[in-house]
Design a protein around this ligand. Structure first.
Ligand code: NAP
Length: 526
């Protein structure tokens, strides 16, 4: 597939002016063509200025126009066929089937937002008619709708080159809300980013929208990422990646003269609680399924279930034996980048030297230069509670099982956990009383609570929540997947006593858009 080595600024292909960034095939350690000269400060400035210029026109486009934009992006991403998937395979070493699934999910998400735009409920329009006779004080005429926040800076994730990258959920939800987008591509997959970016640029042009609605910056190094966050035109930031990166952007945004929200999704341990009856009934099958989920794509999921909690005893030992056998049989799998591989190796080294932590199993060695072995470690609950570093995410196919003395200790370990993206109960009906005690603790700590199954797959459906209390994400009220993802880029405006001629159609008396609205607190389409 023809790649130009250029980024995209306001509808134009532009060559960068800084050092060359070259993707690497992590399975062979070979650099990939073409090189991408990185953006400089002036080019970041230009992309932000164009986004700002485009904002006023774009935010008030008809929902139908934005819906067509999203659908065109989805159609054209599919039309790229295997070329897109094959470039993603060499840049990330992720398998073909996974990338096909990821593209399906990306396009599904774009189309879900298009349907939402047409339905109009996202505007959450409200009309509270005036009550001039109300005693002791009359009520003014009050109307509310949601408006777009402003241009959004999106930091693409390294581990999802499609679904959390240039055309992923952050971009899709910002464009849906009426916000222009400036994407900072993840430097590990510039080729996939260029291909996807060109699709968006073309769709913007085909829909007759200003070029500044979308720019794609290809650059590495933290300074330009910070410049983007600090630029006065940028109204919000969406990020998926490391806790260190997310916190750095949160700090930069908070220190601006006009602070802005940063929606950072920073990963999680995704605890799995193997409850006693389920463990007794199916320890071996549960262990095999857990190791499959743990090692899927070298564990490089923010939803990788890397912490298992259970009450000690023979059933937990059966589980650990079966998990050790399953992990030992797993072939090593190539990681996304040399840096991620190095970070994984260092984390294993640290765990091996942590007092109270025992190695239980390692997967097969070998594979390419950046292949990761599966690894299982064990600790008791007191040891886990005493060492807060054991509750830090290790990005890769490594897990810790924690043995609790009894159910009370299990409850207290859960109560001590930080915020999580997900928490999973492995349970049978007989576990319901304990599950009922655990549920309030899990709700308070996780964005998504599952029963049985494993959390890796994040469905792009209206009810999904992909977020959670800090440090899983920077704002526990937000999700980066599912319909509510667009709420991050909207804000409410109230119109008080405006003359009818001045009211936006979403809150006008005759409801020309036939929206479902809350009129005097009751749902109405008239
Ligand atoms: P990352 O280091 O957080 O980088 C993600 C993006 O943020 C990159 O574009 C990076 O730019 C930028 N960035 C990072 N720190 C920054 C800072 N201080 N200032 C400005 N920009 C900054 O993530 P990664 O490269 O994908 O992987 C590194 C580690 O992140 C992994 O080992 C893993 O622990 C974690 N991770 C977590 C998730 C998750 O699901 N939450 C996903 C992927 C990775 P430059 O690289 O150009 O500087």
């Amino acid at each position: 597939m023809n790649l130009t080595g250029m980024m995209l600024i306001g509808g134009q292909g532009v060559a960068g002016r800084r050092d060359m960034i070259r993707a690497l095939d992590p399975s062979t350690d070979q650099p990939l063509e073409p090189g991408y000269a990185g953006a400089d400060r002036e080019q970041v400035e230009q992309a932000c200025a164009l986004a700002w210029e485009a904002f006023d026109a774009y935010r008030e486009t008809a929902p139908e126009t934005r819906a067509r934009l999203l659908e065109t992006i989805a159609d054209e991403m599919e039309a790229l066929g295997d070329g897109l998937i094959e470039r993603a395979m060499v840049e990330t070493s992720l398998p073909r089937a996974r990338l096909h699934g990821e593209r399906g999910r990306t396009c599904g998400q774009l189309r879900l937002f298009a349907r939402t735009l047409r339905a109009g409920e996202w505007l959450d329009a409200r009309v509270d008619p005036a009550m001039p006779q109300r005693q002791p004080l009359p009520r003014a005429d009050l109307r509310q709708r949601q408006v777009a926040l402003g241009p959004v800076a999106v930091f693409g994730a390294g581990n999802f080159p499609l679904a959390f990258s240039v055309a992923g959920g952050d971009t899709a939800s910002a464009l849906t809300a009426g916000c222009p987008v400036v994407v900072k591509a993840h430097p590990a997959h510039p080729g996939v980013s260029e291909l996807t970016g060109r699709v968006i640029r073309q769709a913007v042009a085909d829909c007759g929208l200003p070029g500044g609605v979308f720019s794609l910056l290809i650059t590495d190094g933290h300074a330009l990422g910070r410049q983007l966050v600090e630029h006065p035109a940028i109204a919000a930031v969406a990020f998926t990646g490391s806790r260190r990166g997310g916190e750095a952007l949160m700090r930069a945004a908070a220190l601006r003269p006009r602070p802005i929200p940063v929606y950072a999704e920073m990963g999680s341990l995704n605890p799995v609680l193997a409850l006693p009856h389920a463990l007794a009934a199916r320890a071996e099958a549960m262990a095999a399924a857990w190791v499959d989920a743990l090692t899927l794509n070298a564990g490089q999921f923010c939803t990788c279930p890397s912490l298992l909690l259970a009450v000690e005893g023979e059933d937990l030992e059966r589980f650990r034996r079966a998990a050790a056998n399953a992990a030992a049989a797993k072939p090593a799998d190539t990681m996304l980048t040399p840096a991620i591989h190095d970070a994984y190796q260092s984390a294993l080294h640290r765990l091996r030297r942590t007092p109270g932590v025992a190695e239980r199993a390692f997967g097969q060695a070998g594979g390419g230069p950046y292949a990761a072995q599966a690894a299982l470690f064990e600790v008791d609950a007191a040891g886990f509670a005493a060492r807060p570093e054991l509750a830090e995410e290790i990005f890769g196919p490594c897990a810790l099982t924690v043995a609790c003395r009894d159910q009370d200790e299990l409850l207290s370990i859960v109560a001590g956990l930080d915020g999580q993206l997900t928490a999973t109960l492995q349970m049978d009906d007989a576990d319901l009383p304990l599950a009922r005690e655990l549920l309030p603790l899990l709700e308070a700590r996780a964005g998504r609570v599952l029963a049985n199954g494993f959390p890796n797959w994040v469905e792009t459906s209206p009810a999904m929540v992909h977020g959670g209390p800090f440090p899983a994400s920077s704002d526990s009220r937000a999700t980066s997947v599912g319909l509510a993802a667009m709420d991050r880029f909207l804000r409410p405006v109230c119109y008080q006593n405006l003359p009818a001629a001045l009211l936006p159609p979403q809150v006008a008396d005759d409801n020309p858009l036939r929206l479902w609205r809350r009129v005097d607190s009751a749902w109405s389409q008239s």
